[in-house]
Design a binder for this molecule. Structure first.
Ligand code: VG1
Ligand code: CO
Length: 543
């Protein structure tokens, strides 16, 4: 078989964002676009000859074509073996699991996560290192630098590999093993959680509803909930992965997972509801007529961890992204373990987990996980909750309210303004930066500004520094407003405003977050001049 060296010219826009390179499908379909980026990865990671790679994606439009291209390029670049999920399917957490279990050199994951798919939707690609986690910023910077200089790529002339058939074939001198994407992951889950206890709870009449949102977790949910935990088939919905996610937006939040939300807030609602996103790494947790914020979820899981088989020995520490609420910090303090505050994006947790400094990690964007893999893990979070519920035998709402009573409640909300013109969004951020001096010490009603800064993180393990990770307006009572530009969007700019206020008084805990945060929201809109600068009266999404 013939290895071709194809001449190419660089694209200037292949800078990986919060989680890999994400672009519209037509951008990825331009001649050489995907190939340039894949060659830039291979050139940057310097894999030894004969190395093994894991490969798969969330099943969105262009997944299969991209996998064929990457397989042929891997063969032409000296890889010895690629483990590819059957049908090209591999959820992000299961990719991480497979990289770790089979000690591959790394993996390529094809996903734009919660972004819509289809011919005009989004596509994405990222490289995960041998620890199973997203490549660090040093590596993604190297890939970007390479993409700006690339002049050729290597690809094998060969027929497509049959992706639906389990087993091994040869592609030139490289072995391709098509494997069942679900079984290794399901086994890992069974090793961490008490499936017998969860099964007994479900048999006792506890009703659940899981929404896979026509995304990658469908087959995983069927195997785990139906086969291994014995739920009825109407406990899982939208389990067939579709290339366009059924036209939906596979993002598990109160806005986009409304089908599930309506069920959990309706008559005769189940006791527990959950959903995951396009690539299976996010989770939303609901009780009967009750929503658990992701920040609270992390704190509750941390506080209950020793009830769970895989975590009986306790936690080494907790890490949360900067915009995530400080609810987890209070648990860490009570447990007398460290709590780390990192920039947004899972790649910043990897070093801390590898160094054994943290066990649980979480983000306010519906991401929670532990050191069992190096990615956030949607089904893991759902199973963790089910296991806690099986042990404590209380409702989701009771568990959360008891948590607030003990630790206080961190009222929390995020406002997203999507699809803004880039210069308008930058204008808001620059205006805020220019206001730091004037804001410091200023009083707004009951809130006094203590400090303002642009979050900068120094990795405690490798000393790398990440600047400009979000503007923080910190108030003297511990409340915060954070402004950040998204690094995962593909259209214009998305501005995120994060709001947090701590409340120790149990009598005020039942308040709606939007009510409790009203004053802070008004301050955020006022100091950012957001309405006049963007012309938006309301955010696109509130979570
Ligand atoms: C968003 C979230 C961030 C998350 C990232 C990837 O990034 O805010 O917390 O890690 O998506 O998640 P940004 O830069 O748009 O705010 V996923 O499930 O899209 O891989
Ligand atoms: Co995701």
């Amino acid at each position: 078989m013939n290895i071709r060296t194809v001449s190419t010219t660089p694209f200037s826009d292949q800078k990986p964002g919060t989680s890999g390179l994400r672009k519209k499908v037509p951008v990825f379909k331009q001649p050489h676009y995907l190939e340039n980026f894949v060659q830039s990865i291979f050139d940057s990671i310097a894999a030894p000859k004969g190395a093994t790679l894991a490969l798969g994606g969330d099943g969105r439009y262009f997944n299969r074509e991209a996998i064929q291209i990457i397989l042929k390029m891997a063969a032409a670049n000296g890889f010895g073996k690629v483990l590819v999920g059957q049908g090209g399917i591999l959820s992000t957490p299961s990719a991480s699991c497979v990289i770790r279990k089979y000690k591959t050199f790394g993996g390529i994951i094809l996903s734009a996560s919660h972004n819509p798919g289809g011919a005009d939707g989004d596509f994405g690609i990222k490289f995960n290192s041998s620890n199973g986690g997203p490549a660090t910023e040093t590596v993604t910077e190297a890939i970007f630098a390479r993409s700006k200089l690339i002049s050729s790529y290597r690809i094998l002339d060969a027929a497509d590999v049959a992706l639906d058939q389990l087993g091994e074939t040869m592609l030139g001198e490289m072995k391709v093993r098509v494997f069942d994407p679900v079984s290794d992951y399901a086994e890992l889950m069974e090793s961490l959680f008490d499936f017998a206890a969860i099964r007994a709870m479900l048999q006792g009449g506890f009703r659940i509803k899981f929404d896979a949102m026509h995304a990658v977790n469908g087959p995983y949910a069927k195997e785990i909930f139906e086969k291994r935990l014995g739920t009825t088939s109407n406990s899982v919905m939208n389990t067939i992965p579709l290339e366009d996610f059924g036209g939906g937006h596979p993002d598990p939040n109160l806005t986009y997972a409304h089908e599930l939300v309506d069920i959990l807030y309706g008559d005769n609602a189940p006791d527990f509801g959950a959903a995951s996103d396009g690539d299976g790494d996010r989770n939303m947790i609901l009780g009967k007529h009750f929503f658990v914020t992701p920040s609270d979820s992390l704190a509750v899981l941390a506080a209950n961890a020793t009830l769970i088989k895989g975590y009986t020995q306790g936690l080494a520490g907790i890490a949360r992204s900067m915009p995530t609420s400080a609810a987890a910090d209070r648990v860490a303090q009570a447990l007398n373990i460290p709590c780390f505050e990192t920039p947004t994006g899972w790649k910043f947790f990897g070093n801390l987990m590898d160094a054994g400094k943290v066990t649980l990690c979480g983000e306010e964007s519906f991401g929670t996980s532990s050191d069992h893999v190096r990615e956030k893990d949607g089904l893991w979070a759902v199973l963790f909750w089910l296991n806690v519920l099986a042990v404590r035998k209380q409702s989701v709402e009771t568990i959360v309210r008891e948590h607030w009573a003990k630790f206080g409640r961190n009222f929390y909300s995020r406002f997203d303004y999507e699809g803004l013109p880039t210069e308008v969004a930058n204008g808001v951020m620059n205006h805020l930066r220019d206001s730091f001096a004037a804001l410091t010490g200023k009083q707004f009603g009951k809130y006094a500004v203590k400090t303002c800064d642009d979050f900068c993180y120094t990795d405690p393990v490798d000393g790398s520094v990440s600047k400009n990770q979000g503007i923080r307006i910190l108030f003297s009572d511990g409340s915060r407003i954070v402004f950040r530009l998204s690094g995962t969007g593909t259209e214009g700019a998305t501005l995120r405003v994060y709001l947090e206020a701590y409340e120790a008084d149990v009598a005020r805990h039942p308040l709606d977050a939007q009510v409790a945060l009203k004053e802070l929201i008004d301050i955020a809109l006022d100091i950012s001049e957001l309405r006049s600068r963007t012309g938006r009266e309301q955010p696109t999404v509130i979570t």
